[in-house]
Design a protein around this ligand. Sequence first.
Ligand SMILES: Nc1ncnc2c1ncn2[C@@H]1O[C@H](COP(=O)(O)OP(=O)(O)O)[C@@H](O)[C@H]1O
Ligand SMILES: [Mg+2]
Length: 248
Amino acid sequence: MLKLDNISMTVNDSNGGTREIIRNINAEFHPGKIYAITGPNGGGKTTIAKVIMGIYRNCAGNIYLNGEDITELSVTERAKRGIAYAFQQPPRFKGLNVKDLLQIARPSIDDKSLWKNLRDVGLCPEDYLDRDVGPGLSGGEIKRIEIAQVLSRNTVVSIFDEPEAGVDLWTVQRLIGIIMSKYKNNPHATAIIITHNENVLPVCDEILVVNDGMIQTRGTADEIWPLIKGDIECKMKDQCRGEMGYEN
Ligand SMILES: Nc1ncnc2c1ncn2[C@@H]1O[C@H](COP(=O)(O)OP(=O)(O)O)[C@@H](O)[C@H]1O
Ligand SMILES: [Mg+2]
C-alpha cells in the first residue's frame, strides 16, 4: 500500500516569493485497485505524481510504500521498489530506438511481450521497434511508447499521467481494458491514472478530485462521477469545438 502522509510542496514563484503548490495531501492507494486523480489544470495532479516518483523531493510530509518510509529515496531507488510513472509529457531520447527503451524498462522482456506491449497501445511493432525515440515521433506516438514502457513492467505502483492525451478513442478503450486486467484485483499492484476522460473515470475504484493543490473531494466512482460528469462532458465539448475550429 502506498501512503501519502500530509504532503505539501512549496516552490519559488516569479516574484521572489514562495507558493505552496500542493497542500496537506493525505491518501492511501491499495493493491488491486485503480485510482483516478482528476481536477482542473494547474490543480497539482502532476506534482503529486512527481512527488510519489521522487522527481520532486523537496516536499514536507512522508511517503510510505508497504510500511517503508521512502520519503528520502531517489527516483532510481523508488523505481527499484516498483514505482513507475508514465509522464504527461514524456521525454525523448535521440539515438535510442523503441526496442532499446522497452528493454531498458524491462531487461528480461522477450520478443513476444515486446510486440504485445506495442500492440496494446495501438502501435504496429514492425513499424516501431526500430524507430528512434527522438524528434521524429509525434506527440501521440511518444505518449503511447511511454505507456507501453510502464505496462511492460511488473510494478507495484503504476502512475499514468493523462494517458488519453493524443491517443485515439479506440486505443483509450483498449488501454482501459488492459489496465483493468493488469491491475484490478491484482494483490501486488496499484494503478493511479491522472485523467479527465469520461470513459476512464467511471471504471476506476476511487476518484480523488485535486483542485488548488488540495484534495477537494474523494470517493468511489459511483459517488464522485455523477458530481463531476457535467463538468467533464462540458470540457470535452469545448475541446472538441476548439479542435474543430469553432473557437479561437
Ligand atoms: N517545479 C515547479 N516549480 C514551480 N511551479 C511549479 C512546478 N511544478 C508545478 N508548478 C506549478 O504548480 C501548479 C500545479 O501544477 P501541476 O501539478 O502540473 O498541475 P496539473 O497536473 O493538475 O495540471 C501549477 O501552477 C504549476 O505551474
Ligand atoms: Mg498535469
